[in-house]
Structures are given as structure tokens and as C-alpha cells.
Ligand binder design. Structure first.
Ligand SMILES: Cc1cc2nc3c(=O)[nH]c(=O)nc-3n(C[C@H](O)[C@H](O)[C@H](O)COP(=O)(O)OP(=O)(O)OC[C@H]3O[C@@H](n4cnc5c(N)ncnc54)[C@H](O)[C@@H]3O)c2cc1C
Length: 421
């Protein structure tokens, strides 16, 4: 299925063994063992192809440097906007209006290239644009979405707090109405794009009725400290071991004033927040597919060429057993993803299905990344071979969009009728 592995390291051209390895790493693999491509509509093929072209040309050749320096790759944004895929399933306001399958395959393709850029797009398009599209007024959509589609305006989604992670429904940030403004006090943690966003969606509890509401804080120019709204502070979290090329922020609000015109009228309780999260939860599932594909293909290519004890390690029973196990789990992830898209499209997709899909695919993709790293020996630890980056990026996927334990508690509640949390 894949046309190229583009972006693998430029080996020393004089070393024949490394040249053979490079050739193998760039050889297309058929990772579609259940013939899912045969039924793929043209629009989904096109979306995947466009994203693949972007990833191979702009992301893979440069991402490892950004990842190592923990810098956001701003230079990759114009190319991403030019794919025309930003905004995913959102219709109108210049967004792509993709089918669920096309949007999902584009996500998987981007994650196959890199997790940081994919998470940037997920925060921008699914969480931030998705919230405005679902809960904003027509005026607000027209005001913010076109600039966000072009990636001229960057969005952030501020829900998690220092004391409220998995139990974010209990969030403590407060909102108090004062005349035409709302006054926000509290703190947020782990907010993707937080320090570089023009538009920060802040979830806060209205002190008057105790309900969670959504507010959009605007910044003219996030690179210019003089445009920082009074009472708002965002600090990038340093020292992260995964998704290092997207920045998360700690935020503090001290009497931050937000005009009533920036309150999202459709956000009137945490149930509305949950509706946004439910609509975006498939993102981590497609993302897991992308990481798993990248790792499986790299491991196959590597084990075909790497010689030990007088033969390619791929000729050994233990390695073949590991590859077979990886492929079986990868195929299961693919089947879950494609079925998820069908059920989302028909409206039959439920929260329990989303929990099963997220829990299972993230768990298995994490294992596949680990197996690939192992099969690549010491080289599996090097950024140059990409798998190390996918491995640590999968640690993040395992935790966000609901941890594995939390997903299992949601599923357990459905099975037994008893809530254990
Ligand atoms: C890189 C990254 C990006 C993120 N981006 C965003 C973002 O853009 N916006 C945003 O709002 N948030 C974001 N998050 C936050 C993310 O959603 C939370 O990290 C996640 O919900 C888990 O919360 P926590 O880290 O506080 O862990 P905790 O909730 O403290 O959980 C710690 C451990 O305890 C377990 N646990 C918790 N409760 C129970 C229970 N009842 N029973 C059994 N086990 C339990 C968990 O499964 C986990 O293993 C991001 C996080 C990361 C790491």
C-alpha cells in the first residue's frame, strides 16, 4: 500500500550493507492483508494520497530535528494548509467537509509520518474548530473558522487542570458574569498549542448555576508578549519524552476578562463538552493505526536486511513470530478503524464503541511500537530510524483522550451496570 518510506536517514553511500538497508526501507509494503483498499471510495484514496505526499515531502525529512530540539515546526504549516484537508469532517467555512473514512485515513497517514504534527492538527481541527463548529453561534463560526482552516489562526482546547485530569468533569476553573464580561479564575495543564494559540477555548464553571461553559480567549499575536491579555499566563511544559515537537502549556487565569460575545452559546453544561469529546474520540484510534503501520513496516524492512549469525534476522523463527503477531494486531486495528468510520457515518457509533476502540488500538499500537524497537536492536533507539519517535509518541496516545484504565472503567460500567469510578 505505501509508496515510499521517505525520510529514512541518508546512509553512507560507500557502505553497501547500509545502502541495501536504505533500499529496503524505501520499498513499498503491502500492509492491507484484509483487502480494505479494494472497497475504498475515491475521495478517501485521494485524501490519503494528498496527506502522504505532504508527509513524505515536508514532514519526514525534517521532523527528527524538531523533535530532538523540542521545537514546533512552524515551517510545516503552509504545506499542511495546502493539502486542503484541515477541518476534517467540518463542512462550510472553507473546511474540507471530508467523509469520516477520508478524514480518518488522512489522520492515520499524518501519524504514520509524525505524532507531533498529527496532534497539532487534532487540537486545531477536531478539538478547537470542532468545538466552535458544534457549540458556537453562526457569527462566531464565520469569525473564527476560515482563519483556522488556513492555519492563520491557531486554536487550543483548555479542559484539563492541574488537579483535574481523568475527572475533568469536576473542573474547578470559575467564570463569573460581570456586566458584558466574564471573569475567569483558575489553572489549566497540558494544553496543546497553549502558548502559541490565537484562540484558546477555556472550559470554566459558572459560579451562578454551577454549570460548565465554554469561552474563547483571543490573542492578536501569540509571538508578541505585549498582546497577552491581562490575567492570562501560559508557560510551555519542558522535558517531555513523547510528541516533543508539539508544545503543551500550563495556564493560569487571574481575573481574565472575556466578553460575553466570546461565550459559546451551545456550551451550557459538561454534557456539551462531552459531545465534542465524543465526536473527536476516534482521532486517537486512527492515530494509533498510523503509528502501528509506521513501526510494522520499518521492522519488516529492517529484519529483511539485518544479518546476524550469517543470515537476515527475518529468517529466524522468533523474529517471524514477532512480525506475525504485529501484523495480526495491526490488521485488527485497521478493521476497527474502517468499521468505526462506517458506524460514525450512519450515526450508530456509541460511547462504549469509542472506548473499546481507543483502549484496544492504543494498547496494541503501543505494543507494536515496542516490538519494532526491539527488532531493530540499537538502531531502534535512534531517532534516525523513526521507530523510537513513534514509540514515545504512542505513550502520549495511551494517556490522552482518556487513559486505558478510564476507558476500561467506562466499558465495565456498560457491561455490569455498575460504575466503579
Ligand atoms: C502530551 C499531552 C497532550 C495533552 N493535550 C491536552 C489538550 O490539548 N487539552 C486538554 O484539555 N488536555 C490535554 N491533555 C491532558 C490529558 O487528557 C490528561 O493527561 C489525561 O486525561 C489524564 O489525566 P492526568 O494526566 O491528570 O492523569 P490522572 O487522571 O491523574 O491519572 C493518573 C493515572 O491514574 C489512573 N486513574 C485515574 N482515575 C482512576 C480510577 N478511578 N481508577 C483507576 N485508575 C485511575 C489513570 O488511568 C492514570 O493511569 C494532554 C496530555 C498530554 C500528556
Amino acid at each position: 500500500m505505501s509508496e515510499t518510506h521517505g525520510g529514512f536517514p541518508d546512509f553512507d553511500e560507500s557502505d553497501e550493507y547500509l545502502l541495501a538497508l536504505r533500499k529496503e526501507l524505501n520499498t513499498p509494503l503491502d500492509t492491507d492483508y484484509f483487502l480494505l483498499d479494494a472497497d475504498l471510495p475515491q475521495d478517501a484514496k485521494d485524501a490519503r494520497a494528498k496527506m502522504r505526499q505532504y508527509v513524505n515531502a515536508e514532514v519526514l525529512p525534517k521532523i527528527n530535528g524538531y523533535w530532538e530540539r523540542a521545537e514546533f515546526p512552524y515551517e510545516m504549516l503552509p504545506g499542511l494548509a495546502a493539502t486542503g484537508l484541515v477541518g476534517g469532517v467540518i463542512k462550510d467555512h472553507g473546511a474540507a467537509g471530508l467523509s469520516r473514512l477520508a478524514a480518518g485515513l488522512a489522520t492515520a497517514e499524518l501519524a504514520r509520518g509524525d505524532g507531533s504534527v498529527n496532534t497539532f492538527l487534532g487540537v486545531q481541527a477536531n478539538l478547537s474548530m470542532g468545538t466552535i463548529n458544534m457549540l458556537g453561534s453562526e457569527d462566531q463560526k464565520e469569525r473564527w473558522l476560515p482563519g483556522m482552516v488556513k492555519l492563520e489562526k491557531i486554536g487550543a482546547f483548555a479542559l484539563t487542570e492541574p488537579r483535574r485530569g481523568s475527572d475533568s468533569a469536576q473542573l474547578e476553573t470559575s467564570a463569573r458574569r460581570e456586566g458584558e464580561n466574564w471573569v475567569i479564575n483558575g489553572a489549566k495543564r497540558w494544553i496543546g498549542n497553549g502558548s502559541m494559540a490565537h484562540l484558546v477555548i477555556i472550559w470554566a464553571r459558572d459560579v451562578a448555576d454551577g454549570e460548565v461553559k465554554g469561552f474563547v480567549m483571543e490573542r492578536e499575536d501569540p509571538t508578541d508578549p505585549s498582546t497577552m491579555p491581562a490575567g492570562f499566563n501560559a508557560r510551555t511544559i519542558d522535558g517531555k519524552i513523547g510528541k516533543r515537537a508539539i508544545l503543551q502549556a500550563d495556564m493560569v487565569f487571574e481575573n481574565l476578562a472575556i466578553p460575553e460575545s466570546n461565550r459559546l452559546p451551545g456550551a451550557n453544561s459538561f454534557r456539551d463538552t462531552s459531545r465534542v469529546l465524543a465526536s473527536t474520540r476516534g482521532g486517537a484510534t486512527w492515530e494509533s493505526l498510523g503509528h502501528a503501520l509506521a513501526c510494522f513496516e520499518a521492522a519488516v524492512a529492517y529484519t529483511r536486511v539485518r544479518d546476524q549469525f550469517g543470515q537476515p534476522i527475518g529468517n529466524t523463527q522468533l523474529v517471524q513470530n514477532t512480525l506475525a503477531d504485529m501484523l495480526a494486531e495491526l490488521s485488527a486495528i485497521q478493521l476497527i478503524c474502517y468499521r468505526m468510520a462506517e458506524l460514525q457515518e450512519s450515526g450508530a457509533w456509541t460511547g462504549t464503541m469509542a472506548s473499546i476502540a481507543k483502549m484496544h488500538t492504543a494498547n496494541k499500537a503501543r505494543t507494536i511500537a515496542n516490538q519494532a524497537r526491539d527488532l531493530m536492536g540499537g538502531n531502534g533507539l535512534l531517532l534516525d530510524f523513526h521507530v523510537a519517535r513513534h514509540l514515545t509518541d504512542m505513550e502520549v496516545v495511551h494517556t490522552y483522550e482518556g487513559t486505558e484504565f478510564i476507558q476500561s472503567l467506562l466499558i465495565g460500567r456498560k457491561i455490569t451496570g455498575h460504575s466503579a469510578f
